[in-house]
Design a protein around this ligand. Structure first.
Ligand code: PEP
Length: 254
């Protein structure tokens, strides 16, 4: 049984005071929630204040990116040890990082190594563009991203399958489509880590998940939670998604 993860990627949203307000609305509902792992990934500026607010709760904290080097002349970057001072997770290889900031499978791979070496759990994002999807290349693209991005790493990680055409567009992949691709990802993970280990790795779906459509994803056999963008900026929607994922776990256990 894989414990689901609901991770909120706030992207470049929320000043520290806005972040505090959002988290204070969520904490009463999420602080003791069992059967699901919740992770908040605010912008870097809010990591320290939000870490203080989350102390003593079961809510995890993550960064949205980091560099692979330990320190040095990398203006604007955060080192792995700087992230691990506050958080337990880091999102790596998000499609917006790949598209706007030149992230490649090779840089993702260096970052996964560095994250694990610093005790962080990477949430590694993979996914295809609309053109690739329409050309039936989804399986080839995600397989390449997983094989190259995870070369030589340990299995302590989370994967997020995010079809790029479904991110922030309101055009979510159907739950069956997402589950089918996630099964392919799990097969690639089995080639890398062996089947038993692959069965234990959490694979999330991301792309226009909201409180109103979350249940259909979590009812699927291989979807172990979600990476949430827009809906993570609304306390009620994010909390609803967490509770929906928990309800699906309870159903599965009964
Ligand atoms: C994301 O950016 O990871 C994401 C899934 O965004 P949204 O939920 O807004 O589609």
């Amino acid at each position: 049984m894989r414990t689901p993860i609901i991770a909120g990627n706030w992207k470049m949203n929320k000043t520290v005071s806005e972040a505090r307000e959002l988290v204070s609305e969520m904490i009463p509902f999420l602080k003791d929630v069992q059967g699901v792992t919740t992770v908040l990934c605010p912008p870097a500026s809010a990591l320290l204040p939000i870490a203080a607010m989350l102390e003593g709760t079961d809510i995890g904290l993550g960064a949205q990116n980091m560099h692979w080097e330990a320190n040095g002349a990398y203006t604007g970057e955060l080192a792995p040890a700087m992230v691990s001072e506050f958080g337990q997770y880091v999102i790596l290889g998000h499609s917006e990082r790949r598209e706007y900031f030149g992230e490649t499978d090779e840089t993702v791979n260096k970052k996964v190594h560095a994250a694990q070496a610093n005790g962080l759990i990477p949430i590694v994002c993979v996914g295809e563009t609309l053109e690739e999807n329409e050309a039936n290349q989804t399986s080839a693209i995600v397989s390449r991203q997983i094989q190259a991005g995870l070369a030589g790493v340990k299995s302590d990680l989370v994967i997020a399958y995010e079809p790029i055409w479904a991110i922030g567009t309101g055009r979510a992949a159907t739950s069956e489509m997402a589950n089918a691709t996630i099964k392919i990802i799990r097969e690639v993970l089995a080639d890398i880590f062996g089947n038993e280990v692959a069965q234990g790795i959490r694979i999330l779906y991301g792309g226009s998940v909201k409180g109103s459509n979350a249940a259909e994803y979590f009812a699927q056999s291989d979807i172990d939670g979600a990476l949430i963008g827009g809906a993570a900026l609304k306390a009620d929607d994010f909390v609803k998604i967490v509770y929906v994922s928990r309800a699906e776990v309870m159903k599965g256990n009964s």
